[in-house]
Design a protein around this ligand. Sequence first.
Ligand code: UDP
Ligand code: MG
Length: 344
Amino acid sequence: MSAPQLSVVVPVYNEEEGLAALFARLYPALDALGLPYEVIFINDGSRDRSAAMLKDQYAARPDVTRVILFNANFGQHLAILAGFARVRGERIVTLDADLQNPPEEIGKLLAAMDAGADYVGGVRRSREDAWWRRTASRLMNRLRERITRIRMTDQGCMLRAYSRDIVDAVAAAREVSVYIPALAYTFAHRPVEVDVEHEERSAGESKYSLYRLIRLNFDLVTGFSLVPLQLFSVLGMLVAFGSIVLYAVVMTERTIAGGFLEGIKTLWDRDILAFFLIGWIMFGVGLLGEYVGRIYQQVRTRPSYVIRAVLERDGEGDSGRDGERGGLPRGERHPEPVETRELR
Ligand code: UDP
Ligand code: MG
């Protein structure tokens, strides 16, 4: 195998219904580029036949296919990170497994790199997702634009290309909660964007529930900005100052106009204000927890993912390195069969 110039990294989580269509389109699209490539699939703890299908694909195209099998579901971004730790190409493209990112668009990203970019972000021209996803995403893009230094039009688009330097830097960052496009951006020298097509999911359903989307966006915001925390200290100051002013106004009014009873009545109404402020305080404490929790995870330095096995031809790669951390990486070390019980 000639050393690949292009590494395509694809995270896979419960995609059995769409994988055949992906293979059928991805490989011809890459062949058409006319350069040596490799595809790295990361099975992110799928509970369906995805892992078996990836193994079959490895058997069919071992020259250009590598498969990393995670022990459990660690999330799309950590899956990509595991791929990044093992790429062999000089340019790296990430792609979703559900064909929402047309593989035929990869050429565009590479053309932008030929023109000198080291980071190419895709911008989905017309996005084929539910309306609430599009709206929430627009709001989050705007928020991120305001509170971080990261400039990109479409942070949710995973069809992106990176130079090897950037990918190595991302892999070396060893973050426990990571938002790949944003982290990579911070290492980029010449980031650019190109418009790309977006299609409906070829099969199956989105793997992101509302809850997981919120978690992911906390990763993005807390990972790249302290503004939310700072806003809370400013808000606290304003509230404290405001209440002193309010107190002075009420006292004056009571003394001058003798409106003591009226003052008491307005105090009752202020319960509503109090609930509002309690809500904000709880949100503030929670936000603090988001940061502290991440610091806690980071200082424990547990591995952020565990690899069960890697399917790849022996080459320049360093197969099995991370797997060792998980104990018995290749299984079948015990000659005697042992009786086990499923815990989940
Ligand atoms: N994915 C993953 N782990 C997860 C969730 C998603 O590897 O925990 C993969 C998924 O298989 C797909 C990509 O990440 O290849 C994007 O997921 P999805 O299409 O569900 O997200 P959406 O397009 O709805 O944002
Ligand atoms: Mg999708």
